[in-house]
Write a protein that binds this ligand. Structure first.
Ligand SMILES: Cc1cc2nc3c(=O)[nH]c(=O)nc-3n(C[C@H](O)[C@H](O)[C@H](O)COP(=O)(O)OP(=O)(O)OC[C@H]3O[C@@H](n4cnc5c(N)ncnc54)[C@H](O)[C@@H]3O)c2cc1C
Length: 419
């Protein structure tokens, strides 16, 4: 059989999940090129909404995920987050995702679980793509080590700082899209849950706040907590926003992620109540992340090259949806490229259909992620807590209840594959 050569650039969650699915199809010849010397993720948590959990199942990685994922324990199993006032931990409401609740995992564990299933020879390391060309009917990828690779289709999963994105946007006669600093920084840390339990007990703070994922809200700041590693660790992200500039700039050359002093983090939340104070005191060595996203792109595809994941739609993490959107991309592309009808000269049309279906939804998730951060930080709903709680109770339903199979049906109809 004349196999379609599909090359994936970037081995993060989106790229590896796609590679794992595609390499099961006999009509595809799959290669994944990763710039680093090995797969690697940061030691932090990542949570997935119901839509992402369905994409994980559909990509055939539900079983390894279930083995390492955490869920909100009964009787709160359907709770995604409880919303609380940061000043006194007063309960404002909850967002409920029936059947899923909060589904979270340690990032490095997840990527390890996926990568360990990739057959030998699919992934190649130390391969940083620097440019892409598309002579008739083929794609050439050039790497920083001077080597070159030729294939039929390139899927770029090379993250928010994507190199391949420039090629796609130039091909669409659009300006390049640089990541934009949001004005928000996030302190991150993980706490041994037994240590936090003891600290809460000593301070007279309700241990329920450890058992159920929490979101503490305040003016221009908020904090989230959820468990990972079967509840042994609590993942903490504490966001602080400076909204004084309409277009905030992160200083050129400064790293987006760095170690920072606990005192700075404590100072930023000095006015908040005991639940938050004790929580943050349990993080002696936080890291500080400057949060960037992308503007909504005018296209994800040029010819035989497509963008997925953060390369296409990096977003702020306020709906816990960025990696999930990358998994939805991977799911749809895998269903289309994994269909043997793609061999009938339709690779390019498949990518165009992927763009037409995925881009409007991913753009909406980008937009609403930004807005969600404003809502959590009292910059929407006039800061009216009752209105905020009512909004939050239903705000994520459209995102979680999305019908991926309806997307696939629409793709099949456009490609004439439903006949
Ligand atoms: C604080 C924070 C919290 C978050 N929380 C959540 C959450 O709870 N839920 C959620 O769904 N999302 C969350 N996200 C978003 C999520 O982390 C990202 O959307 C996701 O990790 C992106 O995955 P990716 O595979 O597209 O890109 P990446 O993870 O960035 O992977 C890109 C890969 O490509 C490689 N690469 C880069 N350039 C090249 C090149 N030129 N050639 C070859 N390889 C290259 C990189 O080394 C890397 O391995 C959060 C983000 C942040 C910052």
């Amino acid at each position: 059989m004349n196999r379609l050569r599909v090359s994936i650039i970037g081995g993060g969650i989106a790229g590896v999940a796609l590679a794992l699915d595609l390499c099961r199809h006999a009509h595809l010849q799959v290669q994944l090129f990763e710039a680093a010397a090995a797969f690697g993720e940061v030691g932090a948590g990542v949570s997935f909404g119901a839509n992402a959990v369905r994409a994980i199942d559909g990509l055939g990685i539900g079983a390894p995920y279930a083995q390492i994922a955490d869920r909100t324990p009964a009787p709160w199993q359907d709770v995604w987050f409880e919303w609380r006032r940061g000043l006194d931990a007063g309960y404002l409401g909850a967002s409920v995702a029936p059947g899923v609740g909060q589904s979270s995992v340690h990032r490095a564990d997840f990527l390890d679980a996926l990568a360990s299933q990739l057959p030998e020879g699919i992934a190649r390391f130390g391969k940083r793509a620097v440019s892409v060309e598309q002579p008739a009917g083929q794609v050439h990828v050039h790497f920083a080590d001077g080597s070159q690779h030729t294939c039929d289709v390139v899927i770029a999963a090379d993250g928010i700082k994507s190199t391949v994105r420039d090629h796609v946007l130039r091909g669409l006669a659009q300006p390049e899209a640089a990541p934009r600093y949001s004005g928000t920084c996030a302190y991150r840390g993980m706490i041994d849950s037994e240590l936090l339990r003891a600290a809460y007990r000593e301070a007279g703070v309700d241990e329920h706040l450890i058992n159920v994922p929490q979101m503490y809200l305040g003016l221009d700041a908020h904090i989230l907590t959820f468990p990972v590693k079967q509840g042994r660790l609590i993942n903490v992200v504490a966001f602080v926003s400076d909204r004084s500039q309409p277009e905030p700039q992160w200083p050129a050359g400064q790293p987006w992620v760095k170690a920072t002093a606990q005192a700075d983090m404590l100072h930023a939340f000095a006015q908040w109540g005991d639940a938050v104070r004790v929580l943050l005191q349990c993080i002696p060595s936080p890291t500080l992340w400057a949060l960037h996203d992308l503007a909504e792109l005018p296209g994800y595809v040029h010819g035989r090259v497509a963008l997925i994941g953060d390369a296409a739609h990096a977003m702020l993490p306020h709906q816990g949806a960025g990696a999930g959107q990358g998994l939805e991309d991977a799911w749809l592309l895998a269903r289309l490229l994994g269909d043997v009808r793609v061999l009938e000269g339709q690779a390019q049309q498949v990518l165009e259909v992927y763009d037409a279906i995925r881009r409007p939804r991913a753009c909406k998730v980008q937009r609403t992620s930004r807005e969600a951060g404003e809502l959590y930080e009292y910059r929407r709903c006039g800061g009216d807590e009752a209105l905020m709680a009512a909004t939050l109770a239903e705000r994520f339903d459209w995102l979680w209840h999305h019908d991926l199979h309806a997307d696939l049906d629409a793709a099949h109809a456009t490609l004439g594959w439903d006949l």
